[in-house]
Unconditional design. Structure first.
Lengths: 221, 642
């Protein structure tokens, strides 16, 4: 328990609890207090992010070395130019300069993401989908059934996204049937995603209740 | 699908009542031009843009209204008509017909006799709208020499005016609407009848000595037609004259306002209704029209409680609709507020049967607060009432694998722990982070904290200081907090080149090159394990794609329940990319059980979570049952009324 009623810890906990209850008031209806709490949350987050970004990224990697005489170094000057060019997108005549920064960010990010997706997700997942369907090799019957469901689910889901098959031909009809099965598989997956989301939100609510009843009111320990 | 005009819900074709609120639905209205079926509330076709009008097809027996066009000489309105002076009903006899000159735009035609006409207007009536107009016009402008309208007399009695023929936008050849409303430009028809009486069609119904009543002031319509005709016209300044319609002489005139199939409320209007309400000093009263019927394809619905204003608007709407029918652009000069009363009246839906609208809305308003309070009460039960269970949570396979991976670490191994979650997910991620940090401290692992989100380093520092054994850890030797690294994939790639290069200064603003721990493990290659703690699957996947797949580093994943289904493929299989996986509050409870810890908040959390999930399942099932029962009830009602 805090020793002083006005100790920073007490004030902080009380303020957090009041803001929590104000945010809960949205369940009744939108109100000015909720808007205030929302703005406080957004403003505080942005302020904290800005401070962290400056002290953790900009100053140690750009501003500090530049001020120490490193502006002539291309490893400092080029990133500085690209970063400033992004800000120039708000300036009408110089907007075209921002295209350089945007192009670099998108290009580098896309290249890394694409390479990582192929090597880190596509190939390993495709390899993992190649499972044995023969009893004994693939394990017991339960494992074999699971493997079969996995293979059928993967193929059916992929066939759902194949839109250029002619329905008059046999392969087109097969794709149509597979697509229907894939649609049901995806619905099951989305249902699982929704259920997980609901559980996650309940957990967050429990965290807030634990804070209000434990840290603030001291009812539970 | 039919959209309900009351609540907006889409209903299947064929529904007559809304499945959601029980309001009556209008039948689709076929476009007269292309046949496309539009909503009953539509004013223009959604396919070709044609203005929609009343649906029923009409016979071709009655003559077109274009025959009732005024001459160009009668542009000036006259205050008193010869009919009024003669004391006869305007539609009785040739003199009456020829003298039927009005001051208002609607009835301003001077009905010429056959000898004075220049060329007859041969306008073929449109299929479904012509007779109503023609018959309505007969109400007001009787033909020469005929007490009852006939096709021949109508063709010859009324001739188009020169202005009407020469008007650029007036169609004298067979037009799509067959109606020539240039006669609107003249003044209203003089009448010997009182303003509020029904126009007299038959003989003997005229009443002498009654005050001259005025027709509705339709100056606004004159403006419309003049603009359409391409010439400016001066608004009528004379007072309108009333025309009386005796009930007995109405014959087969019928006017249909909407499509009411035996119901007790008017349906949505099919005619355009954005009109300026005229001054209606002389409109027929509702009582008179209740027993009367107007000619044509429109049928008066006896149960329609229409005000005098509404009748005037309906009549004016039907005339204006005919005028603009066939054109694909809306009338440009019609004020948007015109006809609002008419629209409002016809759009008011019928109350749902068996339950009033106010009761339904109150019920719906109470559902959400009830559910919220019920869920809150369910979650609070374990906080105040000790429940059995939750002390020991059986660990899942993924949690066991996670535990064994850390348990197998040699003492003093360098472990990278990435805190990639923020305060919004504190309730779910903090218990997980505490449990994992406790286990790592037990194994005396050397921790290298990094973060791809700005708030991560602060949480790492706080949790380390609060867990058991954390106070004995020395900064720089047992652990380092490198801080926030921006750039996601590119930041992770830079870690491979060395921690000191990626982080010149740490979270406490100290130079990282001087830290002893980083001299022992300068990059990811010297790290034994990576523990990625993230609330979403994005950062975990980035670590897998940029670090685990590149360098083969052993990796453990910790996320919220939201991301658990998305990350399970990386854990399953013969060659999983994640050596272990924990998710959500349940994962924290499982891991605490494995560590032989029994924190009360985790025990309560597991119990409350179970009760809350059970409550949600019950609500969902109950809601579906109620919906199914309501749907079946509505179907039975609909079949019963069929």
């Amino acid at each position: 328990m805090p020793s002083s009623f006005l100790s920073p810890e007490t004030v902080g906990v009380s303020l957090a609890a009041i803001l929590t209850l104000i945010v809960f008031s949205y369940l009744w209806r939108d109100n000015a207090a909720y808007r205030l709490a929302e703005h406080v949350f957004v403003g505080t987050t942005i302020g904290y992010v800005f401070v962290m970004a400056y002290h953790q990224v900009l100053y140690p990697k750009l501003v500090g070395p530049g001020l120490a005489g490193g502006w002539s170094d291309p490893r400092i000057a080029v990133p500085a130019f690209l970063g400033l060019s992004l800000l120039l997108r708000r300036v009408g005549p110089l907007r075209w300069l921002g295209n350089w920064g945007v192009a670099f960010v998108i290009g580098a990010g896309s290249a890394l993401a694409l390479a990582g997706a192929v090597a880190g997700t596509l190939l390993p997942q495709a390899q993992a989908a190649a499972v044995p369907l023969r009893p004994g090799v693939g394990g017991d019957w339960a494992a074999v059934v699971g493997n079969a469901v996995l293979v059928v689910g993967v193929l059916a889901t992929l066939s759902y996204f194949y839109f250029t098959g002619s329905k008059r031909k046999v392969e087109g009809k097969l794709l149509e049937v597979g697509g229907s099965v894939g649609k049901w598989m995806m619905m099951v997956a989305f249902g699982a995603l929704f259920a997980s989301l609901a559980i996650s939100r309940l957990s967050l609510l429990l965290g807030r209740l634990n804070f209000l009843l434990g840290d603030w009111l001291g009812i539970i320990r | 699908m039919i959209s309900c005009p009351n609540c907006g819900r889409s209903n299947p074709d064929g529904n007559r009542f809304c499945n959601e609120c029980g309001a009556r639905l209008g039948r689709p209205v076929p476009c007269p031009n292309c046949g496309y079926e539009n909503l009953s509330t539509s004013r223009f076709c959604g396919y070709c843009g044609t203005r929609l009008s009343s649906p029923p097809a009409a016979s071709t027996e009655t003559p077109p209204l274009s025959a009732l066009t005024p001459s160009s000489d009668t542009a000036q309105p006259q205050a008193v008509s010869p009919v009024e002076a003669s004391g006869e009903a305007p539609w009785q006899g040739e003199e009456a017909s020829s003298a039927l000159v009005s001051d208002g735009p609607m009835v301003s035609a001077e009905l010429a006799t056959p000898e004075t006409t220049e060329e007859p207007a041969k306008v073929e009536p449109e299929a479904h709208f012509e007779p109503a107009v023609a018959e309505s016009a007969d109400l007001l402008f009787p033909h020469a020499g005929a007490s009852e309208p006939t096709a021949e007399s109508n063709d010859t009695a009324i001739e188009p005016s020169e202005a009407e023929v020469n008007a650029p936008n007036v169609e004298t050849e067979p037009s799509s609407d067959g109606v020539d409303l240039a006669w609107f430009e003249s003044g209203p028809v003089a009448s010997a009848e009182a303003p509020s009486t029904v126009p007299d069609l038959g003989a003997g119904s005229a009443t002498e000595g009654e005050e001259a009543s005025a027709l509705p002031d339709l100056d606004w319509l004159e403006e419309v037609t003049s603009r359409v005709a391409g010439e400016a016209s001066e608004p009528a300044t004379t007072e309108p004259v009333a025309v009386e319609l005796p009930p007995a002489a109405m014959g087969s005139l019928t006017m249909e306002i909407g499509k009411d199939e035996g119901g007790d409320s008017p349906d949505e209007a099919n005619a355009a209704a954005t009109l300026e309400p005229p001054s209606i000093a002389a409109l027929p009263s509702t009582a008179d029209l209740q027993s009367a019927r107007l000619l044509g394809s429109q049928t008066l619905v006896p149960s329609v409680a229409m005000s005098d204003e509404g009748w005037g608007l309906a009549l004016a709407a039907s005339f204006r609709t005919r005028r603009s029918r066939g054109r694909r652009e809306p009338s440009p000069s019609v004020p948007p507020s015109a006809g609002s009363l008419f629209e409002k009246l016809l759009r008011s839906p019928s109350a749902p049967r068996g339950q009033s609208g106010s009761q339904r809305s109150i019920w719906r308003r109470l559902v959400a607060p009830f559910l919220n309070l019920g869920l809150l009460a369910a979650l609070l039960i374990p906080f105040f009432i000790p429940l059995a269970g939750g002390n020991e949570v059986a660990a899942s396979t993924s949690a066991l694998s996670f535990y064994r991976t850390i348990e197998a670490l040699p003492a003093g191994s360098a472990v990278v722990v990435s805190y990639d979650w923020d305060a919004a997910t504190l309730g779910e991620m903090e218990p997980l982070s505490r449990a994992i940090t406790t286990h790592l401290l037990r194994k005396q692992a050397r921790l290298i904290y990094v973060s791809l989100v700005p708030q991560g380093p602060a949480f790492a520092q706080r949790i380390l200081s609060e867990v058991e054994g954390g106070e004995s850890y020395r900064y720089g030797e047992n652990y380092v907090n490198l801080g926030y690294l921006s750039g996601n994939e590119s930041a992770l790639v830079s870690l491979a080149s060395g921690f000191a290069r990626a982080f010149p200064r740490d979270y406490l603003d100290r130079p990282t090159s001087d830290l002893p721990l980083l001299k022992r493990a300068p990059s990811l290659r010297e790290v034994a394990l990576v523990v990625e703690i993230s609330a979403d699957d994005g950062h975990v996947v980035q670590w897998i794609q940029q670090v685990q797949s590149r360098y083969g580093t052993r990796m453990l994943g910790v996320t919220s329940m939201t991301a658990a289904p998305s990350l399970s493929p990386y854990y399953t299989g013969d060659h999983p990319q994640l050596s272990g996986f924990l998710a959500g509050t349940l994962g924290a409870s499982e891991y605490a059980s494995l560590l032989s810890q029994k924190p009360r908040y985790l025990q309560i959390g597991a119990q409350a979570l179970s009760i809350g999930i059970a409550f949600l399942i019950a609500v969902i099932v109950l809601g579906n049952v109620v919906w199914i029962v309501e749907r079946m009830t509505r179907r039975n009602r609909g079949e019963g009324n069929a």
